[in-house]
Write a protein that binds this ligand. Structure first.
Ligand SMILES: Nc1ncnc2c1ncn2[C@@H]1O[C@H](COP(=O)(O)OP(=O)(O)OP(=O)(O)O)[C@@H](O)[C@H]1O
Ligand SMILES: [Mg+2]
Length: 426
């Protein structure tokens, strides 16, 4: 049986170009005569298909519901590229009966083995389905842009992956770069942070330039890789595909594919569920009692993977019982927990509630006037923001500059330009 190379195209932040990269890489590989399957696992609307001007009538959800076969859900695009819309629906196998999930995953298993490459386009953020997709693929291509927020989001993704036991080396693609040196420096910033804080080195796969033709091609629903291979917009994807192949050639092939990974994940989940309600006996030690309850809590949270507030409330209440003196490990746990929350999904009221809770939590952790004896463990209260004269000069100079700047310049760009931060002006 053919064993495809499996690649998950990911990146912590929305809009960095994951779908553009996944689709154009898939088209180039298909143009080269390879059989390529693109799994659209973005949890939003089926946007890979929209980028090629196709409107899916069926998605993986229809396959799962028994309304059509896997083959009927596949969209046929340029150069024999096949697309499965709504592939994020595979996560439903976690909650299905053994028999149903086995049928669906067997169909996916048979499908993926017809291809040379299976490329997964994932959603932004840290949802469970995206993390599983990364874990299921041989290689994660981490798309980042020069926007600093894209680096912090990518770093948060790495942090969560590490915490979940992911150990492979992700390949970084710097998209929307303005030149090779900017791309390198963006990569080095991310790699440096991962090396320092996570003891994890990344791999640099390559860069794609900020390109108006590419942006327009998305609007025209016509992938840029359909242009002649000599066109600069198209050529950069050919170079990227070559670098990808060189890198893949050095990676050992995984024996199990994406469907096999999901099958194992579903079985692990079933075992967890079975153990989630262990009988708690009177004579259990406090430790056994506590661990059994934590298992039960884990089961409840797994059943509501998108309920950020449930997670947050459980977390804060539990945390209030644990250490009140945050050491480095505790702070790390708090940061990782907060980073894994889907903030953008919260309603305005929930956000306000969350902000209140965070304030209360901060009070509980370090009430005003309580000073820890050990300097290393001292919890520094957040300082009032001060006007930074060293970076921005005298205040009247700033006011003058504000008056002179065009009205449409963003505050962020303005502050950067005053601080002379040319690198980030993109
Ligand atoms: N190199 C580039 N130059 C110019 N524009 C680009 C480039 N790459 C992507 N874009 C544009 O950025 C926008 C977002 O791209 P895309 O949809 O691929 O991002 P995404 O990471 O998949 O977003 P989401 O997280 O919403 O799925 C699109 O309008 C696309 O045309
Ligand atoms: Mg996308």
């Amino acid at each position: 049986m053919r064993q495809p190379r499996t690649i998950a195209v990911t990146g912590g932040k929305g809009g960095v170009g994951k779908t553009t990269v996944a689709l154009n890489l898939a088209v180039v590989l298909a143009q080269c005569g390879h059989k390529v399957l693109l799994l659209d696992a973005d949890t939003d609307l089926a946007n890979v298909s929209l980028l090629v001007g196709l409107y899916p009538e069926r998605t993986l959800a229809d396959v799962i519901a028994g309304r059509c076969t896997m083959d009927e859900a596949i969209l046929h695009s340029h150069f024999g590229l096949h697309i499965v819309p709504g592939a994020s629906g595979v996560q439903e196998c976690m909650d299905m009966s053994d028999r149903d999930s086995l049928m669906m995953l067997r169909a996916l298993h048979e499908l993926e083995h017809r291809y040379d490459y299976v490329i997964v386009d994932t959603a932004a953020g840290l949802q469970a389905v995206g993390l599983h997709m990364i874990a299921s693929a041989e290689l994660a291509c981490l798309v980042v842009s020069p926007d600093p927020a894209s680096l912090t989001d990518a770093f948060s993704l790495m942090k969560v992956l590490k915490r979940r036991g992911y150990r492979r080396t992700p390949s970084v693609i710097v998209n929307m770069a303005q030149g090779a040196s900017q791309a390198r420096s963006v990569y080095q910033r991310l790699n440096g942070a991962c090396q320092r804080h996570l003891q994890w080195s990344l791999h640099y796969l390559g860069a794609l330039w900020r390109d108006e033709t590419l942006r327009q091609s998305v609007l025209d629903q016509n992938p840029v890789t359909l242009l002649p291979a000599s066109d600069p917009s198209c050529r950069q994807f050919h170079s990227l595909a070559e670098m990808l192949n060189v890198h893949l050639a050095g990676l050992p092939r995984r024996k199990a594919g994406i469907a096999a990974y999901w099958h194992q994940a579903a079985r692990r989940q079933a075992v967890k569920h079975a153990a989630a309600s262990p009988a708690i006996r009177e004579d259990d030690s406090p430790r056994q009692h506590c661990l059994a309850l934590i298992d039960r809590l884990e089961g409840i949270l797994d059943e509501s993977p998108d309920d950020a507030m449930l997670r947050y409330e459980a977390f804060t209440r539990l945390f209030a019982h644990l250490g009140r003196k945050p050491d480095a490990d505790t702070v790390e746990i708090v940061q990782t927990g907060l980073a894994s929350m889907a903030w953008e999904k919260l309603a305005v009221d929930d956000r306000a509630k969350l902000a209140r809770h965070l304030g209360q939590l901060a009070q509980q952790l370090a009430p005003p006037g309580v000073v820890d004896d050990a300097p290393a463990n001292r919890f520094h209260p957040v300082k009032e923001p001060l006007y930074d004269r060293v970076s921005f000069g005298e205040q009247d100079q700033l006011v003058r500059a504000l008056r002179e700047k065009p009205a449409d310049v963003s505050l962020n760009d303005l502050l950067r330009s005053l601080a002379g931060d040319d690198d980030s002006r993109s």
